[in-house]
Design a binder for this molecule. Structure first.
Ligand code: PEP
Length: 228
């Protein structure tokens, strides 16, 4: 079971440090825990991954960080393809695939996000699958350090998670495309995590808003531990 926290643009370096110290007071007992703080809060810690990184060692890429900066903190985990980067920062599939290849070649653990917008979901599962396939173009779905996160755009940060039926049918479809772990993300909370991770083809969760409170995130890990 995998339980991951995406802080997005929340928390400072000090707050992240306090959070990690508190988090580590509990035993994970085989649950893989990952925390993605903002780049300014990166630190050397096995749990920590980066929310975004440029596909280069270093160079003239203003505002970005690359391998050199990640190596300073021994970061070996990266989130790629998050819907906020696809839709707000307008990252193309071509660029996302470039990032994927670069960090795959560096042996990083890649949390690779896919998910459809509401207008596609409304058309039905066939169209959802077609859309998701455009988001895996040129991605090696059997990369050994890959974790896929299915995050429907309409469920991220809305407080409205996808229904159990929709998660089930979509993960079943994604399972046909990869043998790697598949996480669900999109308004996962303490009151729905159990029924989500009980589903077949759901190997864990990627949590945004609800992960910001360390006590809530600890409780989530405990629930995942009990499920193992
Ligand atoms: C996310 O940012 O990946 C996410 C799933 O956010 P939230 O849990 O807030 O919907």
């Amino acid at each position: 079971m995998i339980v991951a926290a995406n802080f997005k643009m929340h928390k400072t370096r000090n707050e992240t440090k306090e959070y990690l110290d508190e988090l580590k007071k509990i035993k994970f007992n085989g649950v893989k825990v990952a925390v993605f703080p903002p780049a300014s809060a990166l630190m050397e810690d096995k749990i920590v991954g980066v929310q975004n990184a440029y596909p280069a060692i270093d160079g003239a890429y203003t505002g970005e960080i690359g391998l050199e900066q990640l190596n300073e903190f021994n970061i070996k985990r990266v989130l790629i393809g998050h819907s906020e980067r696809r839709h707000i920062l307008n990252e193309s599939q071509e660029f996302i695939a470039k990032k994927f290849d670069f960090y795959k070649n560096q042996g990083f653990e890649i949390f690779y996000c896919i998910g459809e917008p509401l207008e596609v979901r409304k058309k039905g599962i066939k169209e959802v699958v077609e859309y998701l396939k455009t988001q895996i173009k040129d991605i090696d779905l059997e990369y050994e350090n890959l974790i896929v996160a299915y995050e429907p755009v309409w469920a991220i940060g809305t407080g409205e998670s996808a229904s159990i039926e929709k998660i089930k049918e979509t993960h079943e479809e994604i399972r046909k495309l990869t043998s790697k772990p598949i996480l669900y993300g999109g308004s996962v909370k303490l009151n729905n995590i159990k029924e989500i991770i009980e589903l077949p083809n759901v190997e864990g969760v990627l949590v945004g808003g609800a992960s910001l409170d360390v006590e809530t995130f600890k409780e989530m890990i405990k629930i995942a531990k009990d499920m193992k």
